[in-house]
Design a protein around this ligand. Sequence first.
Ligand code: S3P
Length: 182
Amino acid sequence: MKSAKHIFLIGFSGSGKSTLGRILASRLGLMFVDLDSVIEKNLDRTIAEIFDGSGEATFRCYEKKHLEAVLRSRQRLVIALGGGAFESAAIRTMAYRHGTTVYLSCSQRELNRRLRPVGDRPLLRVNCRRGESRTQTRERRIRSLLKKRLANYRSADLIVSTTGKSPKKSAGELIQLLRKIA
Ligand code: S3P
């Protein structure tokens, strides 16, 4: 039965995957796995170091390889994928096959706000256009990545909005939805 398998959290950086994932896992008595952290731990490099040293394409290969390894677990898991992981058809197929996929949606305005203080996300590091502030550049980048990724995010089994809500509240809503499809 699909709902008895892993729970995959997908969505843009800042949408709440890790915070909500931990709450969800603890409330369901499951283990929480953050795919980015697994990669960093196994390779002993930060995500930014991997992007800088080996490039995005290599990082995407690591995402696939490490997710395959995580999925060998016999335990039921809550798995937070990186914000770009669902762009990979192979990763989408793995996630659909191995559990319930949940898109944590968040308005662009709130993502802009949540991501403002964070400087270590390689994909948000882009050059400013002439006359553009750093904030405007980051907002433009978030807008264009979201536009590109939205269709895949929306193909998830469930969608939970985290806009204007505490992670605890969003986790509660997700638990209700998961119960409905169980
Ligand atoms: C990425 C998001 C990051 C991380 C990497 C690439 C993306 O994860 O996987 O920097 O492509 O949007 P978070 O969504 O946890 O920030």
